[in-house]
Design a binder for this molecule. Structure first.
Ligand code: NDP
Ligand code: GDR
Length: 325
């Protein structure tokens, strides 16, 4: 079989780095689209940077995306790039709409005009369920987004469905619930906690300030989710899938386990700081991934407890050289 080419937008992000590793293992030629920056943003893909091709483009710029698709001639495109931090979507709502919403249309337009046989994966989100209309949430649960980010993702989701139905493009949307790892950005709550716990354990800091501890999320491991993205593009028929573990935990549960992993009591160090509350909160997410399980044979392998432990251990190892003598 000839080698396949995959184009990943957002290759420098958490998921992009895991997906690039996974596709290289499958024998793909991997091309990553990155936006120009004056600093090195390749931290997460440093170890594979010589194995992938980096091309310069931006979700805001139609011509860059169209010419990348024409030049690279990918078999598959994984659209992972987005403004992905929910709180930033209230302070930069228009930019979030441009990146996270319209950016999807720009890539679909590039496919439509260059080669409509290219297969397309859109990184949709459980944030689209927002104020949930059913528990657990499945592919048929109505959307009720609670942030400009969630609203933009709903647009990205439906434009993907629309290009599939309008132009017969193999365009699919993975409705992924939260997935984490030691490569998660430090502004997201899981990594903020694992990083904070490691700092406290090592005597670098003494307290951890968090927002709403009651929020509940369906947390999985990012490495498991990128496998599902690929599986979705190998199917005979284009379809959308919920990707989730089916288990939900509160932020407080994550905090407790993370502190327990280093033998500390979370109550002695965590301060609830209303600065981290959101204008509108998503209280409870728990996904029903039985369709992905049945049709793709996909099942997440890393448990919540393993995930918490892995993240804390990784941050302890990273920060140990900075511990006071
Ligand atoms: P990250 O925030 O870690 O990565 C986002 C990526 O998008 C980065 O590579 C970033 O590049 C890139 N990017 C942002 N803006 C632009 C732009 N204008 N042009 C080109 N590239 C841009 O996100 P994750 O890896 O966690 O998530 C991947 C995708 O999946 C996102 O779309 C996210 O919304 C979605 N998602 C994530 C979930 C999760 O739990 N992780 C769950 C559900 C959906 P740079 O390095 O330059 O900033
Ligand atoms: P989320 O992830 O908004 O679910 O979006 P995040 O980790 O930011 O928040 C999860 C929950 O934790 C609560 N929380 C805090 N959050 C942050 N960031 N910082 C805090 O100090 C804090 N304290 C409590 C939040 O209120 C929230 O309820 C992530 C992103 O990856 C999206 O791109 C993706 O689409 C969804 O997951 C699925």
């Amino acid at each position: 079989m000839p080698q396949k080419t995959a184009l990943i937008t957002g290759i420098t992000g958490q998921d992009g780095s895991f997906l690039a590793e996974f596709l290289l293992e499958q024998g793909y030629r991997v091309v990553g689209m990155t936006r120009r920056s004056s600093t090195d943003v390749h931290e997460r893909i440093q170890h594979i940077v010589d194995d992938v091709t980096i091309v310069s483009g931006d979700l805001l710029d139609q011509s860059s995306m169209t010419s990348i698709v024409a030049e690279i001639k990918p078999d598959e495109i994984y659209n992972l790039a987005a403004q992905s931090f929910v709180p930033a979507s209230w302070t930069q709502p228009v930019l979030t709409g441009e990146f996270t919403g319209l950016g999807v249309t720009r890539m679909l337009e590039a496919i439509r005009t260059v080669d409509p046989t290219i297969r397309f994966y859109q990184a949709s989100s459980s944030e689209m369920f927002g104020k949930v209309q059913a528990v657990p949430q499945s592919e048929t649960t109505p959307f009720y987004p609670r942030s400009p980010y969630g609203v933009a993702k709903v647009y990205g989701h439906w434009i993907t469905v629309n290009y599939r139905e309008s132009y017969d493009i193999f365009a699919v949307s993975g409705i992924a619930f939260n997935h984490e790892s030691q490569r998660r950005g430090k502004e997201f709550v899981t990594r903020k906690i694992s990083d904070g716990v490691a700092r406290i354990k090592l005597g670098i800091q003494n307290e951890l300030r968090l927002g709403n501890l009651d929020a509940q999320r369906d947390w999985g491991f990012a490495g498991d989710y990128v496998r599902a993205m690929w599986m979705m593009l190998q199917q005979p028929r284009a379809d959308d899938y919920v990707l989730a573990t089916g288990r939900t935990h509160s932020v407080r549960d994550f905090v407790r386990l993370a502190f327990e992993a280093v033998g500390l009591r979370w109550e002695d160090h965590v301060i609830v700081d209303p600065r981290f509350y959101r204008p509108a909160e998503v209280d409870l997410l728990v996904g029903d991934a039985s369709k992905a399980n049945r049709a793709l044979g996909w099942r997440p392998e890393v448990s919540f407890e393993q995930l918490v432990e892995q993240m804390v251990v990784a941050d302890l190892g990273r920060l140990r050289p900075f511990a006071p003598a």
